[in-house]
Design a protein around this ligand. Structure first.
Ligand code: URA
Length: 252
């Protein structure tokens, strides 16, 4: 791999900002292959060099993955001239890493949003072929019924002709307002809202609580983010192109 500046390598772990990395280097706490680093501009190959910080071996990550607990009121976009975006909730160091949201949540939708700079895996997670379930908690106006669940399971056809894949609707409470979990395998524009509106039960509140194997971390306050753990990343990678590592059989 191409050599990179030491402060960049250290900051890529997400544990320290570049400014903190510079300070650690200045204090002599960073070693490269056993030799104290002299400056942040020093370059090393992050995949082969043994970089230690305070005596601990640094785990270099080629790509960054974060889980954000999106609040209402910000856009799932990388930039927007008019309003706050989810990128604005991240520190400057991370914003410089070219992160983008994995799929979109509406401005008023809250909850689990992944951001990364790993295009291939992000794309795989969004593909309906990969069967990555997205689960939402919703509150709707009106009484949800068993017939609504069956309509979801059968694949709704919306007023504009969009045919939805079979989806899950699990009623949590039913009354003048109802609560439910909705499970989708695809992510069309305003899909949950359109599906429920089509049944005459408009969405009053929507929160994504799961994406494939990853549940929204309930310890993450609204508006806060954290890095995905190695285990979480491994779980996500199972959804990457399953044929990628399989050698094709020779043509006869
Ligand atoms: N479906 C919606 O209607 N809105 C979202 O933000 C996500 C799914």
């Amino acid at each position: 791999m191409e050599k990179q500046r030491l402060d960049k390598i250290i900051a890529s772990t997400g544990k320290w900002s570049r400014r903190e990395a510079k300070e650690l280097i200045r204090q002599g706490r960073v070693l490269v292959d056993g030799v104290p680093a002299r400056s942040a501009e020093e370059r090393a190959d992050p995949e082969t060099a043994a970089v230690t910080v305070n005596g601990e071996v640094l785990e270099y990550r080629r790509y960054t993955w974060v889980m954000l607990n999106k609040p209402a009121g910000c856009l799932s976009a990388t930039e927007d001239g008019r309003g706050q975006t989810v990128l604005d909730l991240l520190p400057a160091d991370l914003r410089r890493q070219g992160l983008f949201p994995v799929g979109r949540l509406d401005k008023d939708t809250e909850g689990l949003l992944l951001l990364t700079n790993e295009g291939g895996l992000a794309h795989a997670l969004l593909s309906p072929k990969r069967h990555v379930d997205k689960v939402y908690y919703t509150r709707v106006t009106g009484r949800l019924t068993e017939a609504d669940c069956q309509a979801f399971a059968g694949g709704l056809t919306l007023a504009d002709g969009l045919v939805c894949l079979p989806a899950g609707l699990e009623i949590l409470s039913a009354g003048e307002e109802s609560e439910a979990y909705v499970t989708l395998r695809e992510g069309k524009f305003h899909q949950v809202k359109r599906m429920l509106a089509c049944l005459g039960k408009p969405v009053a509140y929507l929160e994504r609580i799961r994406m494939g194997p990853l549940a929204l971390d309930r310890d993450l306050p609204r508006g806060a983010f954290r890095f995905l753990t190695e285990n979480e990343l491994e779980e996500l990678r199972r959804f990457d192109n399953p044929t990628k590592n399989v050698k094709s059989s020779p043509k006869t």
